[in-house]
Structures are given as structure tokens and as C-alpha cells.
Design a protein around this ligand. Structure first.
Ligand code: FAD
Length: 225
């Protein structure tokens, strides 16, 4: 199926946003831009005893699927590899919303939720996925770092979750206080939250003094004060 043939976000029965439905975004491009901006996804899995877990993973988007990896020895990842139904979320936190009441106080965010089950990638697809995950998290690193050995590859389970059924929810407005609260002498507004990269720190066991590579310096710098 091509991207345009997939259902728009939030349009299947189980992805229709019901609570604060005005925050739903039915545009797949917005959802993909959120996935491309994030580093960590949370993936659900239920073990043999019925205990649910939510596992944080690094990931990359590859077209209409999300790729992530884990250990072949992980019982939770094996559940996903066996095709268990899962839910994956990515959330970007953009600000704290301070309303006059605690009830209306909230957060600004952009989030994607994907439902489905994973497939296990093998061969060239697995190798490409490992490169894509590295390049999404550490752009430029694949060309320089040592690639996985056969043993490391064998110990790594690479999973893909198709983005067939997703929802996108974005909260970006000011506080929405009740009319009777607006006149209260209480400050209200939004405190933005921004992700920032600090200055690189040399590993203590560098065998010689290396300059920090240009591609690492190019990663997002701290926002100016
Ligand atoms: C940073 C952050 C903090 C939040 N804090 C709270 C909180 O403290 N209390 C609270 O009640 N809610 C909070 N939310 C909202 C919460 O994620 C749910 O959207 C909300 O609780 C509604 O849940 P529901 O099951 O009633 O949704 P419904 O609208 O019934 O869910 C229907 C469908 O909408 C989609 N959907 C629901 N939520 C999201 C989402 N966040 N992103 C993408 N798709 C979604 C799913 O596909 C779901 O199956 C927070 C969200 C974020 C991102």
C-alpha cells in the first residue's frame, strides 16, 4: 500500500480521538514530522503472565514504518517478534501551560500513537534498518563508527511496525480558563520547553586527542539564552 492509500491519522474506529477531539490532526505528514523529530518511542508489550510493560526504545522512521531494535535475549522483545499486538507512542513536550486553576493547567505537546504488530527484519533489510536507526539518532556516525559484527548482528533483533493505523494529537494553545477564573489575580501563560544539546565531552579513554568531528558539532546546539 502506498502512503496515500493508508487511512488518514485518527480515522479508524480505534484511533479516533474522542477526548479533546479538537486536538486531533488528520494529516499524516504532521505525524511523520513528529516521528522524525523524536528520539525515543514507548512500545507496549504484555508478558506471559499478562503483566503489561511499556519499553522505551530509540527508533527511526522509514517511510510508512517505524524501526527499532532490541536484544534477541529480551523476553519482552521476543513477544513483539512473535507478532503480539502493540501500541507505540512518541511524545514531544513543548511547554507547560499554567492556567489560573490547576484543573485547566496542562502541557503543550505533539504526539503520535501507532497501533499494530511488528515484523522481524532479516538480511539486507535488517542491515539497512540498523543504519537508519543509527543515522536518525546519531547523524553522520554510520560512516565513521565500526559496524556490527556477525555476533553483534545475531544478538540484535530488529523490528518494524507499520504506520498503517496512527493517531496524531497536538496541544499548542494558551491556557483555557473558565470565565469566572480569568478575573482572578493569578499569572497565567505558557513556559516553553526546548530540547538542547550540550557541548560534547571527550571519552576518558580516547587513545589520542581527537578533535570533535564536524558532524557531531553540527548537532543541534543549545538555544541562545
Ligand atoms: C505530555 C502529555 C501529558 C498528558 N497528560 C494528561 C493527563 O495528565 N491526564 C489526561 O487525562 N490526559 C493527559 N494527556 C492526554 C492523554 O494522552 C490522552 O489523550 C487523554 O487522556 C485521552 O485519553 P482517552 O483514552 O480518553 O482518549 P480517547 O480520545 O478516547 O482515545 C481514542 C484514540 O485517540 C488516540 N489518542 C488518544 N490520546 C492520544 C495522544 N496523546 N496522542 C495520540 N493519539 C492519541 C488513540 O488512537 C486512541 O485510541 C497527556 C498527553 C500528553 C502528550
Amino acid at each position: 500500500m502506498t502512503t496515500s492509500e493508508l487511512p488518514a491519522p485518527g480515522t479508524t474506529d480505534r484511533t479516533t480521538v474522542r477526548r479533546l477531539a479538537e486536538k486531533t490532526i488528520n494529516d499524516r505528514g504532521t505525524g511523520y514530522s513528529i516521528l522524525d523529530a523524536g528520539f525515543v518511542a514507548h512500545v507496549s508489550v504484555v508478558d506471559e503472565s499478562g503483566q503489561p510493560y511499556v519499553v522505551p526504545v530509540g527508533y527511526a522512521r522509514d517511510g510508512d514504518r517505524v524501526l527499532f531494535h532490541g536484544s534477541t535475549g529480551s523476553r519482552l522483545f521476543r513477544g513483539l517478534a512473535d507478532g503480539q499486538s502493540t501500541c507505540l507512542t512518541v511524545t514531544l513536550l513543548d511547554g507547560m501551560v499554567l492556567a489560573r486553576s490547576t484543573f485547566e493547567s496542562s502541557m503543550q505537546y505533539r504526539g503520535v500513537m501507532a497501533l499494530g504488530s511488528c515484523s522481524v527484519l532479516e538480511g539486507a533489510d535488517k542491515d539497512r534498518a540498523l543504519e537508519l536507526i543509527t543515522e536518525h539518532l546519531l547523524p553522520g556516525r554510520w560512516a565513521e563508527a565500526r559496524h556490527p559484527s556477525q555476533k553483534e548482528r545475531a544478538a540484535t533483533l530488529v523490528l518494524a511496525l507499520n504506520l498503517d493505523e496512527i493517531s496524531v494529537k497536538v496541544s499548542d494553545g494558551p491556557p483555557e480558563d473558565e470565565d469566572e477564573d480569568v478575573s482572578r489575580p493569578i499569572w497565567a501563560g505558557v513556559v516553553p520547553l526546548r530540547e538542547s544539546f550540550g557541548d560534547p565531552v571527550d571519552a576518558p579513554d580516547l587513545v589520542e586527542p581527537f578533535p570533535v568531528p564536524a558532524y557531531v558539532k553540527a548537532w543541534r546546539r543549545p538555544a541562545p539564552a
